[in-house]
Design a protein around this ligand. Structure first.
Ligand code: HSE
Length: 315
C-alpha cells in the first residue's frame, strides 16, 4: 500500500476572525507513505528541507501518523514518510496544519482506518492546538470553526468568484508561538464588539462578493495591533497594497505574510500596480497569486503494494 496526499496552504484569521476563519489556498504540500523496513522514517524535500525537526517526538507529521494508529488501537508498522513541501514555513500560511492534516489523511488511507473528515479534523485540532488552519486544510474553501462543549465544528463555504487573493511573503519567517506570546490575555469589551461586527461583515462580504466593505471588514482589534510591532515592513506593505488597488489587506494567520483581497476582474491592472508599488517602496517581499482551494486534503494515490514475486529478488 502507498498513500499520497496533497494538502492546501491556508490563511487564517483574515483580519478579525482570530482563531476562527480559515481560507484554503492552491499551494500544496504532498506527503507519501510507503511500507518501510523499520519504524517510522521521515525525509523532506522542498520547503523545510534541512530545517524541519525530523525526530519522532518533534515532527508533527510523524506524530499525526502515530495518532491515527492510536485511534485504531494498533502499533504503526514500518513506514517511510516523505514530505515534499511547497508551503513555506513560519510565514502564516498554515504549513504545520498542512503537515498534520496531510499525515493524518495519508495514515488513515494507508492503515485502512478510513477515518471521516470530521474525525481527521478533531485529531488535527488536538495536534495543532487551534482550529482555523486545520479546518481549511481538511475541508477547503472558507471555514468558520467554532467550539461546542469540548468539540470543534466547522461551517465551510465558498467565497464569491470575484474575490482574488494575493499573498506577500517576506524572506524571514515569524514563529507562531512568538506572535501569540505578543498578545494580551484579556480583551476589553469594546474590542470584542469591534471584532464581532467586522467578522460578521467579512464573511458576508466574501460570500456575496461585495468588495466595497472589505477594507472595513478586515480591521481587527484582537491581534494585528500587537503583531505590527513584530513585523518591520507590515505598514509599508499594507500601504503599498491599498495604493495598488487592494480592497482589503490583513495579516495572513500570525504573519508575517500579508493577504490582500482584490477584484478578479481587475487582476491584470492590480498585479502590475502592486509590482510597481512594491518596487518603488523597496519592499523585499514575494507576491504570489493562489486561487482558493475548494477540496481540502485529497488522497491523490492509494495503491496496493506490488505483489512480491519470487523472481524480483529482495530489496
Ligand atoms: N489563529 C492563529 C494565530 C493562526 O493568529 O495565532 C496561526 O496559526
Amino acid at each position: 500500500m502507498t498513500a499520497v496526499v496533497k494538502t492546501p496552504a491556508s490563511s487564517a484569521n483574515l483580519g478579525p476572525g482570530f482563531d476562527v476563519l480559515g481560507l484554503a489556498l492552491t499551494l500544496y504540500d504532498t506527503i507519501s507513505l510507503v511500507p518501510g523496513r523499520a519504524g517510522l522514517t521521515l525525509t523532506v524535500s522542498g520547503e523545510g528541507r534541512g530545517k524541519l525537526d525530523r525526530s519522532p517526538e518533534g515532527n508533527l507529521a510523524v506524530r499525526a501518523v502515530k495518532a491515527v494508529y492510536a485511534e485504531i488501537g494498533a502499533e504503526p508498522p514500518a513506514i517511510d514518510i516523505h514530505m515534499d513541501n511547497a508551503i513555506p514555513l513560519s510565514r502564516g500560511l498554515g504549513s504545520s496544519a498542512a503537515a498534520i492534516v496531510g499525515a493524518l489523511t495519508a495514515a488513515s488511507a494507508f492503515s485502512g482506518a478510513d477515518l471521516n473528515r470530521d474525525r481527521l479534523f478533531a485529531l488535527a485540532v488536538e495536534l495543532e492546538g487551534h482550529a482555523d488552519n486545520v479546518a481549511a486544510a481538511v475541508y477547503g474553501g472558507l471555514t468558520i470553526s467554532f467550539k461546542q462543549g469540548d468539540t470543534f465544528n466547522v461551517r465551510r463555504s465558498l467565497p464569491a468568484a470575484n474575490i482574488g487573493v494575493a499573498l506577500l511573503l517576506p524572506e524571514a519567517g515569524l514563529s507562531t508561538a512568538k506572535a501569540r506570546a505578543a498578545l494580551p490575555e484579556e480583551t476589553p469589551r469594546a474590542n470584542a464588539v469591534f471584532n464581532i461586527g467586522r467578522t460578521a461583515l467579512l464573511v458576508e462580504a466574501l460570500l456575496s462578493g461585495d468588495l466595497d466593505c472589505l477594507a472595513a471588514a478586515v480591521e481587527d482589534a484582537l491581534h494585528q495591533p500587537w503583531r505590527r510591532g513584530l513585523i518591520p515592513d507590515y505598514n509599508v506593505t499594507e500601504y503599498a497594497c491599498y495604493q495598488a488597488g487592494a480592497r482589503g489587506v490583513a495579516l495572513s494567520g500570525a504573519g508575517p505574510s500579508l493577504i490582500a483581497f482584490y477584484d478578479k476582474k481587475d487582476e491584470t491592472a492590480f498585479k502590475a500596480a502592486l509590482a510597481k508599488e512594491v518596487e518603488s517602496a523597496g519592499i523585499q517581499r514575494l507576491a504570489i497569486w493562489p486561487d482558493i482551494d475548494v477540496d481540502g486534503a485529497v488522497v491523490a494515490t492509494c495503491l496496493e503494494a506490488r505483489p512480491k514475486t519470487p523472481w524480483a529478488g529482495q530489496n
